[in-house]
Structures are given as C-alpha cells and as structure tokens.
Design a protein around this ligand. Structure first.
Ligand SMILES: Cc1cc2nc3c(=O)[nH]c(=O)nc-3n(C[C@H](O)[C@H](O)[C@H](O)COP(=O)(O)O)c2cc1C
Length: 359
C-alpha cells in the first residue's frame, strides 16, 4: 500500500489514487501532522494500516534550532515508506527555501508548508496560520520554496485553515496564490485560526474553495469515522481526507476508512489479539526510537489513548502513568492487554512474558 513514483506511463490510475507531483498516492486518506504525536513510530504504523501519506511533525525553518535531540529525531525518517513528507514552518522566504533544500538533502520527498498552526508559539513569530493575514508574504514564501525544491523533483504542498477569523475567510484567495506558485496539493482544515479547535469544522467552506482551484485538495477537520470520511469527501469533492485526532490511539482507523472510500466491503473488525500486538509493537518502537527516559514519557501519552480500549481504562491509565521504567511500563501494558485479549478468546495464548509486576 505504498505510494509509487509515476513510472508506468499509460496505465490507467487505480481507483482512489491521486497525484502529488510525480508521486502517486495509493489511498484517499492521510494522517494529519501532529506535533508531539506523529513521530516516526506513529507515522510508520499509520502507513502500515492504510494512510496514503504521513507528514512529519512540524520542523522550524530556523536551522539554528536543529541541533537539539528533539529536532534531530523529528528529521529522522529511516525505514519509512515513500514518499516521506517533511512539514516546515517559517516566515522568511529565503530561510524557508534553504530549509526545504536541506531537508531534501536529508531525504524529504515532499515538502509541506505549515500555514495552519494556531499555536501562540508559532503565531507570535508570524508563521503558521498568522501568515494568512499577509497574502503577499504567503506568495513569496510559496514561490521561494517551490523554486528551491521542485527542480529537484520534490513537490511542495500547503496545509492551511479557512482564514484568519470568521470575518477574514481568505482560503480561496490563498488557494489561488498557492496554485499559481506551483503548489502541488492543498490540505485544508475547516476552521479559521481564531476558531482554534472550537465548534464544528465547516466542510461547506472547503467545498467552495474546491471550485477556486484545480490542484488536489485534502479535506481536514473532525473526521472520525468511515461514513463521515465519505460524506466529507463527497461534499468537498476532495481527492483525500486527512485525519488527526481520530487516529490517536487508533492508528488502524485508516484501514476502514480507506476501504469505505474505495467502495470496498467493510473489513472484519480487528481481533483483540491483533490490537494488543499493535499496541505492544508500538511501545517497542517508541522505546527504540527515543530511548529509556523520553520513551517512557512519550509512551504514556499513547498508552493513555490506547487505554480507552480496555474495560478498566481508568485504573490501567493510572498503572501506565506510574510505571518507573520502560520495562515496567511494557510489562504492565502486556498484562493489561493480554487479559483483555484473553477475555475475547479463552483459547488464545499470549507469547509475551510479564517482565516486571504491574502496579
Ligand atoms: C496535538 C496536535 C498537534 C498538531 N500539530 C500540527 C502540526 O505540527 N502541523 C500542522 O499543520 N497541524 C498540526 N495540528 C493540526 C492537525 O494537523 C489537524 O489539522 C487538526 O487536528 C484538525 O484535524 P482533526 O480534526 O482530524 O484532528 C495538530 C493538531 C493536534 C491535535
């Protein structure tokens, strides 16, 4: 289910596939970039379960901030399925262009520009969605980045919101600027910057923007189920839908959504034993990627989400949070998810021994 380069000229495109520059994206559903969530282990899981794309967590264009361990890990794409998407945030056209080139050198195959993030930390420096207030600057940034990396065979995408606030919904204008600048696809979150995450995403606004441009459109905001994904895709006539929060604790969600969007039969629900194996494999990937200290901390967040699967979610969550080492946390998770899987099938035997007692 990986994306492939367009090398089979003349072949009819497969249903549900769409293009970002030279890349054919194999599924009409993608993972939204989420800082602090969509690290390499999570992206790999999402791709494995059917997401057509999984962008990196946002990376600042300011290279002076690239030397921290956190920043280095954000730029780590080893073993990821192609195309590897790196999201950049920044406000200086030349700096963004240079950062895009550097990330291409480091393996980026699509550069995504973040003009959607409403966070103060980003907006105070006039980047993220704050840029929507300055359309000239938007044009200069997009043109500079496209000029820097498109000749290298790397398409540039833009992720943005419907506008600055409800009185200034200028995404149609931004979309036209993007198309003119050579942006290869546009991801739109159906909220303004001022909305943050409040209210319902306005998918009807996205439908209106669809008419403004002919580049591929990715519809984003509040999509939580296969039925909703299809309704949004139909309403917005988008090439793909993008899911963020609905994938937290359910990276396998892409499987159902992909099938539904392609008009295939709904897949059989995953057995608890399979879900247990996914959770434990995810934990191991987190520990291997971050090491003991950060691994323990970062796994807590994912375990808190995964706990929702369990009958005794609150007590499981407390136990996961209290674990003092990755070995203890893993053993605790193995025990809780084993019991849960066992309850579904008494004949099922778990292969993972408990290492440390679960609190
Ligand atoms: C924890 C978190 C972190 C996010 N980080 C980013 C980011 O780094 N870049 C970005 O473009 N959007 C970011 N977003 C926004 C999401 O990509 C997405 O647009 C938003 O959550 C709406 O989609 P959803 O309703 O499917 O979650 C973030 C959202 C969340 C919840």
């Amino acid at each position: 289910m990986s994306a492939v380069e367009v090398s089979q000229a003349g072949l009819a495109p497969k249903p549900g596939t769409w293009q970002i520059g030279r890349w054919t994206i194999a599924a009409p559903v993608v993972l939204a970039p989420m800082a602090g969530v969509t690290d390499r282990p999570f992206r790999m899981l999402a791709r494995e379960w059917g997401a057509g794309l999984a962008a990196s967590e946002m990376i600042t264009s300011d290279e002076r901030l690239w030397h921290s361990r956190k920043s280095r890990l954000r730029r780590d794409h080893a073993g990821e399925a192609e195309p590897r998407v790196v999201q950049l945030a920044g406000a200086e056209p030349a700096v963004m262009a240079q950062a895009a080139r550097r990330n291409v050198d480091l393996g980026a195959q699509i550069i995504d520009i973040n003009m959607g993030c409403p966070a103060k930390k980003v907006c105070n420096r006039l980047c993220g969605s704050a840029l929507l207030q300055d359309e000239d600057l938007v044009a200069r940034i997009l043109e500079a980045v496209v000029e820097a990396v498109t000749p290298l065979g790397v398409p540039v995408t833009l992720k943005t919101r419907t506008g600055w606030d409800r009185e200034h919904r200028n995404a149609a204008s931004i979309a036209r600027i993007a198309e003119q600048a050579g942006i290869a696809a546009l991801a739109l979150h159906g909220r303004t910057r001022a909305d943050f995450y409040q209210g319902e995403a306005e998918h009807e606004t996205l439908a209106a923007i669809r008419d403004a441009v002919s580049i591929p459109l990715i519809a984003n905001g509040d999509i939580r189920s296969a039925e909703q994904a299809r309704a949004v895709q139909q309403q917005t006539r988008s090439n793909a839908v993008m899911l963020g929060r609905a994938a937290q604790g359910t990276p396998w969600i892409f499987r159902d959504i992909r099938a539904h969007l392609l008009g295939e039969a709904r897949p059989e629900p995953l057995a608890r034993a399979t879900l247990r194996a996914i959770v434990l494999r995810h934990l191991q990937a987190i520990y291997a990627f971050y090491g003991e200290e950060s691994g323990l901390r970062i796994a807590r967040k994912h375990l808190a989400w995964y706990s929702a699967l369990l009958q005794d979610a609150a007590s499981a969550r407390t136990a996961f949070m209290a674990s003092a080492s990755t070995a203890e946390q893993f053993a605790c998770a193995a025990q809780r998810f084993d019991e849960w899987a066992q309850a579904e099938s008494d004949s099922w035997q778990h292969p993972i021994p408990s290492l440390t007692p679960c609190r």
